[in-house]
Write a protein that binds this ligand. Structure first.
Ligand SMILES: Cc1cc2nc3c(=O)[nH]c(=O)nc-3n(C[C@H](O)[C@H](O)[C@H](O)COP(=O)(O)OP(=O)(O)OC[C@H]3O[C@@H](n4cnc5c(N)ncnc54)[C@H](O)[C@@H]3O)c2cc1C
Length: 444
């Protein structure tokens, strides 16, 4: 399955790790979070090695819709209520900073990644009050949001929240340039991490600091991320030709769609569900029908899907991996907003390693536990995990090598998926994404 990004970019290949090595920092994962973290640390004179199981940008970053925005669905009113104004304002400030930092990096390094400044919109066909309240909360937290009655989309809306001055880009063209001066080893899978040793299938790297930027941290203990994170998946279909949109859009209704243009191509997104629990309807059929209905002269170009990690309180886990290992760091739980979250992670983690504190680190601390903000998600995640684990004990079912949950078959994507923690595998059992790190026994 290819996306518009990996069909239109060639990132030069890197060699696998040639044997044992030493570095000040090892970054596990060459997605956006890993590359940005390695970039900032290298600029500060640190020796950094990035280890990538597959290819640079070959993970979820290659399948995103690449909207660079602090507008993360409905979030600001919720954060204000559940965490208070100070932490909610930290979240807003961090993500607004990240949007501007992308613009700065692209300008300074003259990166040809089609970065375009765009307004970002949340819209609804049914409700307006919740959007009005979201706009008010965003303004209180420092974002110049407005409530709108009309937008350019080809249907009538009840209302929308507009965040001005956001952006979109080609994520792999960006990563290609940002990674060019970094030491990266591809086709090198980390199998285990023991204190300062990162053990891979090609050799061991010893480092003072280790950064887990591998989408879903695969270490079970310490950290216990599997207990406080699951994955959600959604689907994208590309249509052309479609008159370019001047904004980027996300529908908040249950059957809401995401819209963003790439020239005269439209990326239409839909169908969010917990990974491993696909809906009955084929999401690509729905996307095709909707795309043709809205833009009758456009044709499907390609389609793909991606997944992201969801945290219990809707805020990523960025910072120290666990209190007992101050030299391990983690960037995960981006809940489908990994462009700005990766940038925020790079800033917080590089500052942590350099012995500095970032003004907005507290809200993202992985050591937090905010019961009020987490209770509902914690309960439903626990139920799903227990169900998946107990079904994994039934003789003859296909189970996940991560913790033994029963895998389910995604008919639309023809993949095995884990409803507990979201690992996915090709039909023949080849691992596609973690936290599992091994193939299914079919091809072993
Ligand atoms: C449909 C969809 C649309 C989205 N659209 C947007 C959007 O418009 N805007 C936005 O902000 N966000 C969006 N996101 C979210 C965003 O794409 C992700 O949050 C982001 O790409 C994650 O980046 P990452 O670097 O954390 O992970 P990845 O890009 O997955 O990188 C992790 C890397 O780690 C490697 N790895 C894993 N395990 C190991 C190991 N053991 N050893 C070595 N390497 C390893 C993987 O191979 C991978 O390359 C979207 C998500 C989805 C699902």
């Amino acid at each position: 399955m290819k996306s518009i990004w990996n069909e239109t970019t060639i990132i030069p290949r890197r060699n696998p790790l040639p044997g044992n090595r030493k570095a000040e920092v090892v970054v596990i994962g060459a997605g956006l979070a890993g590359i940005l973290t390695a970039y900032y640390l290298s600029r500060q004179g640190k020796s950094v090695i990035v280890l990538e199981a597959d290819r640079i940008g070959g993970g979820q970053t290659g399948y995103t819709t690449a909207k660079i925005t602090s507008q993360h669905n409905l979030i600001y009113e919720k954060l204000e209520k559940t965490m208070g104004t100070t932490l909610a304002a930290q979240y807003a400030k961090a993500n607004q900073w990240a949007v501007e930092e992308y613009k700065k990096l692209v300008r300074i390094h003259k990166i040809d990644c089609h970065l375009e400044e765009k307004d970002s919109y949340l819209y609804s066909l049914k409700v307006s009050e919740v959007l009005r309240r979201e706009a008010d909360a965003a303004v209180r937290l420092g974002i110049p949001a407005t409530f709108e009655r009309e937008v350019e989309l080809p249907f009538h809306i009840s209302g929308a929240v507009r965040f001005p001055g956001q952006a979109q880009f080609h994520p792999l063209e960006f990563i290609k340039d940002m990674s060019s001066g970094l030491t990266i080893y591809e086709k090198t899978r980390v199998i285990e991490v023991k204190d300062h040793q990162v053990i891979t299938d090609k050799g061991t790297v010893t480092a003072e600091h280790i950064v887990f930027a591998c989408h879903y941290p695969f270490v079970i203990m310490p950290g216990f991320y599997f207990m406080k994170m699951y994955q959600k998946k959604s689907y994208v279909m590309e249509f052309a030709p479609v008159e370019p949109l001047s904004g980027m859009y996300l529908g908040i209704d249950q059957r809401g769609y995401s819209f963003r243009s790439v020239g005269d191509h439209l990326l239409l997104g839909y169908g969010s569900h917990r990974t491993g629990k696909p809906k009955k309807e084929n999401p690509y059929d729905v996307l095709k029908r909707t795309g043709k209905h809205l833009y009758s002269t456009a044709e499907e170009v390609r389609h793909w899907s991606a997944m992201d990690c969801m945290t219990l309180d809707s805020v990523p886990y960025i910072g120290h991996f666990s209190s007992g290992k101050p030299y391990w760091h983690v960037a995960t739980g981006f809940k489908k907003w990994g462009m700005t979250s990766s940038m925020v992670a790079a800033r917080i983690i590089s500052a942590e390693i350099l012995g500095r504190r970032t003004e907005f680190a507290e809200v993202f601390s992985p050591q937090r536990f905010r019961l009020r903000a987490s209770a509902k998600e914690l309960a439903s995640h626990t139920v799903e995990s227990v169900k998946g684990l107990s079904q994994g004990r039934i003789p003859g079912v296909v189970t996940c090598p991560h913790l033994g949950c029963r895998l389910t078959w995604n008919r639309a994507d023809k993949r095995w998926e884990c409803p507990c923690h979201g690992s996915s595998f090709e039909q023949n059992g080849k691992i596609l994404s973690g936290p599992a790190q091994r193939n299914l026994p079919f091809i072993d």
